[in-house]
Design a protein around this ligand. Structure first.
Ligand code: CMC
Length: 376
């Protein structure tokens, strides 16, 4: 009956499917990939190990890890036709638009068997390897940097930094990015992963699913929040101004980016780890002003709203200190989350059921059709 159903706005607390990939304990502040605590993975593993874990459900042996690294290194070069499309994108384009369009285009030049069903693990690895290349190729052209080389000897984290900055990154910088990539790799049924699974659930292909996910990640309530955090810090300038600037924003009913979460009721464990990395990179660069500003903002937001930081609060300060332009923050998120999106798409293909919820209709039902020349 019209208007009688109960609506869970934003699908909050709705359990839409079973998954073996990621568990979030929102009350204890724990994040677990395939049974492993994110704190252990961030401290001891690498992005490639985590990607293997997400895709295959177990940590790799040394030989399996070497094989995956070789595979990813060999998949970095785009087919010439796809590279030409990236080269034609306007230099002032939003990098997330570039990524979404390039992934969509790449599908047309890839073998069909890598796109759906269990063998789309090939597509998962191709996309994971290719995203830094797409970003690097686009950014280097707009920034006037030398052409990108595939550098198969570099880890995923080192290649991402090299692709974006054209530098030989220090081990500490690579470690910082590697940790950020590990922390962003998956997060249960977040909006972009859900979008990917909805697309895959129609038996559409992996590239379409990842294209849907990139478009969904772009929004400031999801992946786009860390860029906005840096805008806030630029406005605050000194820690003593944190209170007045945050108050002014709250008075206008604006959200403070980098705070709050749909699932965590305590601090997001990813924020805890990234806070330490923000301090570490700041100390190494002898510039901890972002860290100090963020600590000041944290105190005000906790006092005023009782909200805890999320993953987006500290990541932007790390990327900025490493020299990454702000509009590449969300694309870096995508370059990590693609591993999680594709793991979920593989899981969806394995246990497929069309995702098609229903809505409570609240519009009219008995309108009389008025011919067009009688309408006012
Ligand atoms: N600043 C100010 N108020 C907030 C914030 C915030 N960051 N987050 C939540 N609130 C308030 C909100 O205004 C609402 O208040 P009221 O009930 O008085 O209207 C109340 O808290 C509940 O908010 P909600 O939007 O119903 O809660 P939600 O579960 O839908 O929100 C969220 C989750 C992440 C969208 C939200 O906390 C938010 O907008 N945060 C800022 C954006 C952000 O940092 N996003 C990154 C999320 S983590 C990365 C990721 O997983 O993508």
């Amino acid at each position: 009956m019209v208007g009688e159903s109960t609506v869970q706005k934003g699908l909050q607390d709705v359990v839409a499917l079973e998954s073996r990939i990621t568990f979030i304990d929102g009350k204890q502040g724990r994040l677990i990939y395939r049974g492993y605590d994110i704190r252990d993975l961030a401290a001891q593993s690498t992005f490639e190990e985590v990607a293997y874990l997400l895709w295959y459900g177990r940590l790799p042996t040394a030989a399996q890890l070497t094989e995956l690294r070789t595979t990813l290194g060999g998949l970095r070069t785009l087919p010439p036709e796809a590279a030409a499309i990236v080269d034609r994108m306007p230099k002032n384009a939003n990098p997330m638009d570039v990524l979404r369009t390039a992934v969509s285009a790449l599908a047309m030049f890839e073998p069909g068997e890598t796109k759906t069903g269990p063998s789309s693990i090939g597509g998962a690895q191709r996309l994971t390897a290719a995203l830094p290349t797409i970003l690097g190729q686009f950014h280097r052209r707009r920034a006037g940097l030398p052409k990108l080389r595939a550098r198969p000897e570099l880890s995923h984290a080192a290649y991402l930094l090299y692709a974006l900055l054209d530098t030989e990154p220090s081990p500490l910088d690579v470690n910082a990015i590697d940790v950020a990539l590990i922390l962003h790799a998956d997060h249960e049924l977040n909006a972009s992963t859900f979008a990917a699974r909805v697309t895959a659930s129609t038996l559409s292909d992996l590239y379409s699913a990842v294209t849907s996910a990139i478009g969904t990640l772009k929004g400031p309530l999801h992946g786009g929040a860390n860029e906005r955090v840096m805008e806030l810090l630029d406005e605050i300038k000194t820690p003593d101004r944190a209170e007045s600037v945050v108050h002014a924003r709250l008075a206008k009913h604006e959200r403070i980016m980098g705070f709050g979460h749909r699932v965590y009721r305590v601090e997001d464990p990813r924020a805890t780890i990234l806070r330490e990395w923000s301090r570490k990179i700041g100390e190494e660069r002898k510039d901890i002003h972002y860290y100090d500003l963020l600590r000041a903002v944290e105190l005000v937001v906790m006092k005023e709203k009782g909200l805890y930081p999320n993953v987006d609060l500290y990541s932007g300060s790390i990327y900025t200190l490493l020299g990454v332009p702000h509009d590449l923050f969300t694309p870096i998120f995508a370059a990590s989350r693609v591993s999680g999106w594709t793991a979920h798409v593989l899981e969806e293909y394995d246990d497929l059921r069309l995702i098609r919820p229903t809505s409570a209709y609240v519009g009219p039902t008995d309108q009389r059709y008025v011919p067009i020349d009688e309408r006012s």
